[in-house]
Design a binder for this molecule. Structure first.
Ligand code: HAM
Length: 410
């Protein structure tokens, strides 16, 4: 878990603002759900046998003897809310986005934290594949707007309750003779969810799965048509993608479309965003039949990429007011207040200090302008200004300062 401070926070705010703009242009509206929920909200959706539920949840018993967990992701909570608040009675599709901290007790490493932020979206009530392509294209626009480059869109279909059991059977058959070659985790996965063996990063498991059957070869007609239409919509929208049949995702609720955006410029934890379709989850939460799709972007990984790939302009004060003398010190407060109501960032010097020391502070803050008010200037209703970047200077009437700053910044 980490602190996020200036100046990095400005990159976070830029990313969040860009995402809000893009999501809104596709009709997604913000929802805020609690950071802690009943543990079963997560166990029943993410899956009892997933890494998240088995090993990574921050779970505690509250004073009312209820089992509560910090949310490890956003989808389960949004689905719980969709059902609880009867949002399915509103016209479909209902489209939401959210942002906030998620918690997973994972082994910390570069790009993997125990508290991390996601920016996610969920769209309910449309079976796709048109909306699947729109959601993926929206993610592409968002990452482009943010300025991420060299990213790869991996897409896959992991089928439905009709065809996945057939594929699962094929995988069980395939790995039956090579269990001793798999890591202990994959030996467990073999019994609970053999699809997860496909995205294990352990080298011997990567070797053992060479030649394994591919999920895309076992899709039923419905899933095949859905997937092929998705690919053609992606082409129509100009989204470059790679079909990656090994990309099966670590959460149990997915059906059909899954996708993951990876970057070559990150280490082992290279997914900057991931998501997929979950057509059965709303029903499992006691709601009606409501197919759904969504994704979540990992903020820390995006910020890491942006920090290493571009230089950033951080904001600094528009004006530093240096005052000389007691009356001028009082007036500087009034001037600062007036300018702040107009939206300017104004810092006020300490008139107890010399002009030289106030100027030094303005310099350290990289203020764009310094206004100098002394008793003389005050009497004449004027002040001196100095632009720190080129040392130009002049004098203006107190009444002109807002116009002066507006002109300078336009
Ligand atoms: P996820 O793949 O578990 O999916 O997480 C989505 C993204 O969150 C990852 O691609 C990664 O960027 C980031 N992330 C996950 N764990 C960590 C961590 N420990 N530290 C830093 N970043 C992390 C979900 O959470 C699904 N709820 C996505 C979704 C939404 N599917 C449908 N709707």
């Amino acid at each position: 878990m980490q602190d996020i401070l200036p100046p990095d926070i400005y990159i976070w705010q830029k990313v969040e603002a860009a995402a809000r703009e893009v999501f809104s242009s596709y009709g997604f509206q913000e929802v805020r759900t609690p950071v802690a929920e009943s543990t079963n909200v997560f166990t029943r959706s993410i899956g009892e046998n997933t890494d998240i539920v088995e090993k990574e949840m921050y779970t505690f018993t509250d004073k009312g003897d209820r089992s509560i967990s910090l949310r490890p992701e956003g989808t389960a909570s949004v689905v719980r809310c969709y059902v609880e608040k009867n949002l399915h009675t509103l016209p479909s599709p209902q489209k939401f986005y959210y942002t906030g901290p998620m918690f997973r007790y994972e082994r910390p490493q570069s790009g993997r934290f125990r508290q991390f932020y996601q920016l996610g979206v969920e769209a309910f009530g449309d079976p796709g594949p048109r909306i699947d392509a729109e959601v993926i294209s929206m993610l592409r626009h968002c990452l482009e707007r943010i300025g991420l480059k060299e990213i790869i869109f991996n897409v896959n279909s992991i089928g439905c309750p009709e065809c996945r059991p057939v594929y699962r059977g094929k995988l069980i058959e395939f790995f039956a003779g090579s269990l001793d070659r798999l890591c202990p985790d994959c030996n467990r996965r073999y019994l609970t969810n053999p699809l997860r063996i496909l995205d294990c990063k352990v080298e011997r498991c990567v070797d053992a799965r060479q030649g394994a059957p591919k999920v895309t070869d076992y899709l039923c007609e419905g899933c095949k048509t859905h997937f092929n239409s998705l690919l053609s919509f992606l082409e129509l929208l100009g989204v470059s993608y790679v079909v990656n049949p090994d990309m099966v995702r670590g959460l149990d609720y997915y059906t059909r479309t899954t996708f993951e955006v990876t970057s070559k410029n990150l280490g082992a934890q290279n997914a900057v965003a991931a998501g997929g379709r979950y057509d059965r989850l709303v029903k499992e939460f006691g709601g009606p039949e409501a197919p759904a799709i969504g994704f979540a972007m990992g903020m820390e990984r995006i910020i890491e990429l942006l920090k290493s790939s571009a230089s950033h302009d951080f904001p600094n004060p528009d004006v530093f007011i240096a005052a000389i003398g007691e009356l001028a010190a009082r007036e500087s407060l009034v001037v600062a207040d007036r300018l702040r109501t107009k939206g300017f960032w104004v810092e006020v010097g300490d008139a107890e200090n010399s002009l030289k020391s106030q100027m030094r502070r303005a310099d350290r803050l990289s203020s764009k302008y310094v206004f100098i008010i002394g008793d003389e200037e005050l009497k004449a209703g004027r002040l001196k200004w100095k632009k720190l970047s080129d040392s130009s200077q002049g004098e203006i009437s107190m009444f002109e300062i807002t116009d002066f700053l507006r002109q300078q910044s336009s």
